[in-house]
Design a protein around this ligand. Structure first.
Ligand code: M6R
Length: 601
């Protein structure tokens, strides 16, 4: 979703801001803009569409200024157009602001203070910058006006403000939306994500909700709500800038699919001690083992990983586990057990829906563990514990390597908790994960076969069904999500046994039905379901596992432990989806309407 960058230093801000915004493109956006302050005032460049368009507009003028802010906008209030793009300016153009989030009381604030102002946009953001000018006109300093306005805001926000009358300061605040301060020698930056400003620094300071930050070239002053100065050390962002490049691949998604064997190996290494045993922080193991029930909270692909994790936590660790969609859970909390533990699964660690649940469960005093790819992310900082995915930056909007990493980490956690509970391990997990790694390599090497499957089954279709039973059903949900989000083919995952309770009515001549058959106990029944749809004209594509395969299966994945098949089968589905989207000439990495990091509820 919206991304923010800002720079104050001695170099040309324009180029740094544009490069920063390019690094934030992966978050999803539909317009972008920058503002650079120099002797002549504040120069604003905005454009609908991609950063490449913004660059054309910005490069049409030779602007030299060394303080500025930039923004990628994912439309919430008002269509993506020039007027609604950020930065927004106050009536006299003195103040210029970028905002990520949603202001819930913007109409009330407008009625209360700004009845004489003519707004140029339909956004909830413009009100913020107009209010700063309103309070500045009342005699407040810029810092005091900004602080006053922030205190009035309800909702989520990350804000960067510049003042054309003071080229030595940026004003920053946040609530719920992510924002970091990057520190350098003679310069400082702000960024929604460290990735954006790695070009100049890997040293970052966190900002907490409701804090006000005054950023100058040589100084960063963080103040709490009462105005007390907060001392905070910078940390080193552990991101290799090269990891965030496409390298030899045409798309990030393809690169990230190919990275999965390496990610598996890294996870095996990170969660293994010198004796070759599984290892994990003892506090985490203790808190998870003490829970009488686990509640997994997540969204999208992470929710699908949670469904697989439930299998491990129940079957291996023996802990009853529920998996909930965060955006539903927050409004409809089930009866909780006496000693619950909440696991938040999130690639980005910034998903607002999951964070809303975390805030609520913390108020209730429940323990929490975040499983995330991003150290220092909001969900990681705010939970009691964190387990990292070690997957490297995931840039493509469609999540791939994070899903397999989440499942692998959940499998390790479950085995460790099983041991804590004194349950006999019936699986040598590290060895099994090593086999999984080799199996994923085989599938990635078979990319041309996956491309052919995409051609044979999905080239012209408008819809597709994914079916499976038990754990294969969980994977079919993820397979369908992957296909629909990047190819725009209407795809749904169904439990094989549910078809004849309604869905089978949709089967027509040629309807593609992708069936997973990797589970021995349901192999006869899923194959029966395939026959039922085939008898009604469907075009079935069967992905089975070696040892359970039958003549005529479309693709056979290598044999792995039965509960670990999601890690392998999904890779075939990721590649099939990738090629289906590619053949439709679609923007695989940045599908329409979607954002990588969903930071508004
Ligand atoms: O960062 P998160 O894992 O919390 O994100 C959750 C979902 O928004 C995400 O998985 C989304 O469904 C992806 N686009 C799926 O590919």
């Amino acid at each position: 979703m919206c991304g923010i960058v800002g720079y104050i230093g001695h170099d040309n801000a324009k180029e740094l801001l544009l490069k920063g915004l390019e690094k934030l493109e992966y978050r999803g956006y539909d317009s972008a803009g920058i503002a650079v302050v120099n002797d002549e005032g504040t120069n604003v460049f905005k454009s609908k569409g991609r950063i490449a368009e913004l660059r054309k507009v910005a490069d049409s003028e030779d602007i030299d200024g060394n303080v500025g802010i930039g923004h990628t906008r994912w439309a919430t209030h008002g269509v993506p157009n020039y007027e609604n793009s950020h930065p927004h300016q106050s009536a006299t153009n003195r103040f210029t602001l970028v905002h990520n989030g949603v202001i819930e009381n913007y109409e009330e604030l407008s009625d209360a203070y700004l009845s004489n102002v003519t707004f140029l946009s339909e956004t909830d953001t413009e009100i913020i910058v107009q209010l700063v000018e309103y309070f500045s006109d009342k005699g407040l300093s810029t810092e005091a006006a900004f602080t006053k306005v922030v205190s009035l805001l309800e909702g989520s926000y990350a804000l960067g403000l510049i003042d054309s009358q003071d080229r030595d300061t940026m004003y920053v605040a946040k609530n719920k939306s992510p924002l970091l301060i990057g520190v350098g020698d003679g310069f400082n930056v702000i960024a929604s994500d460290a990735l954006a400003m790695l070009q100049v620094t890997n040293q970052y300071k966190e900002i907490h909700d409701h804090e006000i930050v005054i950023v100058k070239r040589d100084e960063v002053v963080i103040k709490d709500q009462e105005g007390n100065i907060q001392n905070r050390e910078a940390y080193t962002a552990q991101i290799d800038a090269a990891d965030a490049e496409k390298g030899v691949y045409d798309h990030y998604m393809l690169k990230e699919i190919h990275e999965q064997p390496a990610v598996m190996r890294r996870i095996i290494q990170e969660y293994q001690d010198d004796e070759g045993n599984l290892k994990m922080d003892a506090d985490i193991t203790r808190d998870v083992a003490n829970a009488d029930r686990i509640y997994i909270i997540a969204a999208g692909t992470s929710y699908h990983a949670g469904l697989v994790g439930k299998e491990y936590l129940e079957k291996w660790a023996g802990v009853p586990t529920e998996v909930h969609v965060a955006s539903e859970f927050i409004y409809n909390m089930p009866l909780l057990s006496e000693k619950p533990l909440f696991i938040y699964i999130s690639q980005s660690g910034e998903t607002a829906d999951s964070r809303a649940v975390l805030v609520e469960t913390k108020k209730l005093g429940h323990k929490s563990l975040t499983i995330t790819n991003v150290p220092g992310s909001t969900l990681s900082r705010e939970a009691d514990h964190t387990l990292l995915l070690h997957a490297g930056p995931e840039i493509a909007v469609a999540s791939t390597k994070a899903y397999t990493a989440q499942i692998a980490v959940l499998s390790i956690l479950s085995q460790i908790v099983a041991k804590e509970h004194g349950r006999e391990a019936d699986v040598a997990l590290l060895r099994e994960l090593a086999k999984v790694t080799t199996a994923i390599e085989t599938i990635v090497d078979d990319a041309d076969v996956m491309e052919q499957i995409a051609t044979d089954f999905l080239e012209t279709t408008r819809n597709a069904f994914f079916i499976g039973r038990t754990i294969d059903y969980n994977v079919s949900l993820e397979g369908a999500l992957k296909l629909k989000e990047i190819s725009y083919i209407q795809a749904e995952g169904f439990a094989g046994g549910e078809l004849k309770h309604g869905t089978i009515a949709l089967i027509e001549e040629g309807t593609p039905v992708i069936a997973l058959a990797t589970q021995e106990n349901v192999n006869p029944s899923i194959r029966g379901n395939v026959k039922e749809v085939a008898a009604r004209g469907a075009n079935p594509c069967i992905i089975s596992m070696d040892g359970l395969n039958k003549d005529g299966d479309t693709y056979v994945i290598p044999h792995v432990h039965e509960l670990l098949t999601p890690l392998v089968a999904v890779v075939a589905m990721q590649l099939i989806s990738y090629y289906a989207a590619l053949h439709r000439d679609l923007d695989v990495d940045k599908p329409r309407n979607l954002a990588k990091s969903v930071t508004v509820e």
